[in-house]
Design a protein around this ligand. Structure first.
Ligand code: ADP
Ligand code: MG
Length: 566
């Protein structure tokens, strides 16, 4: 209820806060300024936690990851024009990833903006956002705040989740309205992400195809992680004995050390599987679009997805199952009695042989122990510590830092690996770490490339200000990809990929009262990481890596356009 008002009148800002409270929102991530400063103050006054950032993009990323972790939209609050645009990158990224969030932004005077007469931070934000978000709305009247928020919530979480933009004009925020009247317009949204039960025939078709497979494969994507369907997925895989491949953010839906994991034989299973069942994973660039050299050209696909338009987007799907993954997995499990599956032992043995060979190759790299450290010797030390702390959230971004960490560090529970996602975007690290720490109250470890860290590094002040249990490890090889290139023009300027390999990122966190560590050997790194986790306090470990270590573009160098003569 709207309290502590001197009269029976209230304003748009208070009404927005009441609408948020009615719908169970307990946290806002943002950067304040004209015209939303008092909105944040009122929210805090009413018991909503407000986390203030140094840049809107990180606030948006925190909201997005909160959406991924909880299935409820995270809320990001921004100021007009530049603040809105800074947040928009995160909103677009969330939309591409299928994470629900709502960016609420103040905006300037519509009358002036529409006639392009030059208002303070004037921009037609609602229309700009349309291109980048799942939906974009503007609320113009205080009596529409309740219904406007409801539209934003439903758009964010129903069907394929995504980012929603909600435009609140200065006039709306300052509008005066009778409390009793506006009370009547506020309500709690009922069942915003309803179950979507798959068609029975579609389920039978999928089971029939799967039961005939000799080399079946299940690919688990972050849509399955989001759907929190891990229990039925595990039951289905263990009952049928079908091997699985986790996409990056789906690592941990099934534990990475599960005997059915084919992660270490990725090349083999893509090239040979005859029936592939996609669980909340798109056949986009991350899976080479389901065609070409990496794939068995005769593979047939089953796809479980909530978004009907996703089916056949890149490759014909022999058995689409449109529904929410939790409901679809339940239906598939129930159907197993009618479609019994035989475990394909020859296939599993073939996979195991390749897994063993590849695992041995990986161990050799991890044990090489060069001086200075490379990515693998550093990751071996990190692995030793994280194996003892399987409960931590792992945020991971960079090029080689991303690819090598994904391959070396096992995940054992779902929604604990938070990374660059569908766009392979840099700069999500600190926002995701803050969002995960605030949402869960648990320890977060960030494994960051030195370049990736730079995109959101100032948020270590936010981490320290809120005393969050975040330990940041920077694998510092002094460059984008690596730090060993020369200026082709021969001048004294550093090359385009060069950063400062001598930079001591650990010293940054001392400015804000966090604990610094500097590691030049695996032993030092192991000790520092153990101490950082034990402290449950903001910690930053600068880990000196050989500037020559690291491939151009990590594992996706093939995506660079070819250079003639190179
Ligand atoms: P990955 O990158 O891990 O392969 P993608 O983001 O490409 O995963 O794919 C996730 C897919 O999951 C999207 O197509 C999305 O529509 C779908 N999805 C998201 N939530 C659900 C859900 N609750 N039920 C079913 N499918 C979902
Ligand atoms: Mg680097």
């Amino acid at each position: 209820d709207i309290q502590n008002q001197p009269s029976n009148l209230t304003d748009g800002m208070h009404v927005v806060v009441e609408a948020l409270l009615r719908n169970g929102f307990d946290t806002i991530y943002g950067v304040v300024g004209i015209p939303v400063t008092d909105l944040a103050r009122h929210a805090q006054e009413r018991g909503i936690r407000y986390i203030g950032f140094r840049h809107e993009q990180s606030a948006g990323n925190a909201a997005a990851i909160t959406g991924f972790l909880t299935g409820k939209p995270g809320i990001c609050l921004t100021v007009s024009a530049p603040g809105f645009l800074n947040g928009l990158t995160a909103l677009a990224t969330a939309t591409v990833n299928g994470f629900p969030m709502i960016q609420i932004s103040g905006s300037s005077d519509r009358a002036i903006i529409d006639l392009q007469q030059g208002d303070y931070e004037g921009l037609d934000q609602m229309n700009v956002a349309k291109t980048f978000a799942k939906a974009s709305y503007r609320i113009n009247r205080p009596e529409d705040i309740g219904i406007g928020l409801a539209r934003a919530i439903r758009a964010a979480v129903s069907g394929r989740p995504g980012g929603v933009y909600l435009d609140l004009t200065t006039a709306l925020l300052g509008s005066v309205i009778d409390q009793a009247e506006v009370e009547k317009t506020l309500f709690t949204v009922l069942d915003p992400a309803p179950k979507m039960i798959p068609d029975r025939q579609a389920v039978d078709r999928a089971l029939d195809l799967l039961s005939k497979a000799r080399k079946p494969l299940v690919i688990i994507g972050k849509g399955a992680a989001y759907a929190q369907a891990e229990k039925s997925i595990r039951e289905f895989l263990e009952q049928t004995g079908i091997p699985f491949l986790p996409m990056s953010m789906a690592k941990g839906v099934m534990p990475d050390d599960h005997p059915l994991s084919a992660a270490a034989a990725r090349g083999l299973v893509l090239k040979n599987a005859d029936v592939v069942m996609l669980l909340g994973a798109r056949l986009n660039w991350l899976l080479a679009h389901g065609k070409g050299q990496k794939w068995n050209p005769d593979a047939r696909f089953i796809q479980l997805d909530i978004e009907p338009e996703e089916i056949d987007s890149n490759h014909p799907i022999a058995a689409p199952v449109v529904g929410d993954i939790a409901s679809s997995m339940e239906a598939l499990l129930a159907g197993l009695t009618a479609y019994p599956m035989t475990q394909q032992n020859d296939w599993l043995e073939e996979i195991d042989r390749v897994k063993q060979v590849n695992a041995a190759k990986m161990e050799a790299k991890l044990n090489a122990n060069p001086s200075p450290m490379d990515f693998f010797s550093a990751l071996k030390a990190i692995r030793t510590v994280l194996e003892k702390h399987r409960e931590v959230y792992l945020v991971n971004e960079g090029a080689n830092t991303l690819d090598d960490t994904r391959n070396v560090i096992n995940m054992y529970s779902p929604r604990k690996r938070l990374d660059c996602g569908t766009w392979g975007v840099m700069g999500v690290g600190m926002g995701y770490a803050i969002g995960a720490a605030v949402t869960s109250g648990q320890q977060v470890v960030c494994i960051e490339g030195d370049s990736a860290f730079g995109f959101s590094g100032m948020e270590i002040e936010t981490i320290c200000r809120y005393q969050l249990p975040v330990t940041i490890v920077i694998l510092n090889n002094g460059g984008i990809y690596n730090g060993s290139h020369a200026n082709l023009g021969g001048g004294t300027d550093p090359s385009p990929t060069t950063l400062d390999a001598q930079a001591r990122y650990d010293r940054l966190i001392t400015a804000f009262g966090g604990t610094p560590y500097y590691a030049t050997t695996p032993e030092e790194l192991e000790k520092a990481l153990e101490a950082g986790i034990a402290s449950k306090k903001p910690t930053l470990i600068d880990c000196a890596i050989d500037p020559k270590a690291g491939l151009e573009s990590g594992h996706i160098g093939n995506l660079n356009p070819k250079v003639v003569g190179k």
